[in-house]
Design a protein around this ligand. Structure first.
Ligand code: PLP
Length: 390
């Protein structure tokens, strides 16, 4: 039977994230720190706008494959206001979440055998998207001791004649790093000098804390042809299930990316496009509220980790709602078995670091987009688990 399956899909390993979710279903009363999805519901005014669009019969057909014009117009205003990207409507494509935008961008940019540089550890889906395009992922370690910063010198060394693109998320999943503007500018310089395209995943753009600032490379006019920027409503407005996002690229890129977008999606779900329109046009207080909540839960998680200095070391996340502590105890060298034991014996669900590439081994990813109570319950259990002897 195996021979019926393409090599393309067979090379892709089962997702450790989904495996942990499956295992956790077999166990009662789990404290979840493993999901990177907002646990709050979609704000009411967004739900109501979607219901109104349904009642008015606006949602039964396809939209133009690039998305509703009124939504793209609002996205243009948002890109100008919040990302300093001088966008026009012909540079915007509405997608099925950030994921489909990223997949379509990768398909449009990568030929079989092309190398794609991914600062690592990174979001495992990015690695898979490169593999699905028959590209070759080249994982370049981040500088853990420097808060998982970009190592632009190592990236420069990794560039070969086969290099075609650099793909990363900032703020980062899984490390929570907000890549600093000077390092991103250096990456832009490398892309221009070597004729590479940079594909950015800016899913967590609004969740940055303290002195950190999110910087969009597409705000640099000289990068116009060299960057495809992917965004989403999923995180900003707690709209995970609506499957709605968008990308920005030079207008010469859009028809090429659309050639991948159409066979995968035709268009983004129309009801979700109306919901997204309401999200952009409506009050933005919910975004501030989510950000404040994540800052509080980040601080709590760091405080609880501080109480276990022999077990974990960590880099304080500047953004997203994820962090990536190193497991210092011997058992943590195999992050999968450590996280499985934590789930079975302590009823705490985490994600093994190795799911984010080999540089993620000996770590685990913790998500703080949960109520404070969940963090306290999880850490009380982790403490008891450790006191009980590993
Ligand atoms: C970095 C990153 N990009 C994209 C996504 C998924 O985004 P979407 O729901 O918009 O497809 C996630 C979800 O966890 C993510 O962490």
């Amino acid at each position: 039977m195996g021979t019926l399956f393409s090599e393309r899909v067979q090379q892709i390993e089962k997702s450790a994230i989904h495996e942990m979710t499956r295992l956790s279903k077999e166990i009662d009363d789990v404290a979840f720190l493993s999901w990177a999805k907002p646990t709050s519901g979609t704000p009411d005014h967004i739900n109501r706008a979607a219901m109104q669009a349904i009642e008015q019969g606006q949602t039964g057909g396809y939209s133009p494959s690039e998305g509703l014009a009124e939504l793209r117009q609002e996205i243009v205003a948002k890109l100008q206001r919040d990302n300093q990207i001088e966008a026009t409507i012909s540079q915007v494509l509405v997608t099925v979440g950030a994921i489909e935008g990223l997949a379509a961008a990768v398909m449009a940019a990568i030929d079989p055998g092309d190398e794609v540089i991914l600062p690592s550890p990174t979001y495992s889906t990015h690695i898979r998207q490169v593999q699905m395009a028959s590209g070759i992922p080249v994982l370049v370690p981040l500088l853990e001791g420097d808060g998982f910063a970009l190592d632009t010198k190592a990236i420069q060394r990794a560039i070969t004649p086969k290099s075609k693109a650099i793909l990363f998320c900032t703020p980062s999943n899984p490390t929570g790093t907000v890549f600093a503007e000077p390092a991103l500018r250096e990456l832009a310089r490398l892309a221009l000098a070597n004729d590479l395209v940079i594909i950015t995943d800016e899913a967590y753009e609004y969740f940055v804390f303290d002195e950190h600032k999110h910087f969009s490379l597409a705000s640099m006019p000289e990068m116009a042809r060299h960057v495809i920027s992917c965004f989403t409503f999923t995180k900003t407005y707690a709209m995970t299930g609506w499957r709605i996002g968008y990308l920005h690229a030079h207008e010469d890129w859009i028809p090429q990316i659309k050639k991948a977008h159409i066979p995968f999606a035709i268009c983004a779900p129309v009801v979700s496009q109306y919901a997204a329109l309401a999200a952009l046009q409506g009050p933005q207080g919910c975004v501030d509220e989510f950000r404040r909540h994540y800052r509080t839960t980040r601080d709590l998680m760091c405080q609880r980790l501080d109480e276990l200095p022999d077990v974990f070391s960590y880099q304080r996340p500047g953004g997203s709602y994820l962090m990536f502590p190193r497991i210092l105890v011997e058992e943590g060298k195999d992050s999968t078995s450590f996280c499985k034991r934590l789930l079975r014996e302590a009823h705490v669900s985490t994600t093994p670091g190795v799911a984010f590439g080999p540089t993620g081994e000996s770590h685990m990813r913790l998500s703080f987009c949960v109520p404070e109570e969940t963090i306290n319950t999880a850490f009380d259990r982790i403490e008891r688990f450790i006191q009980g002897g590993l």
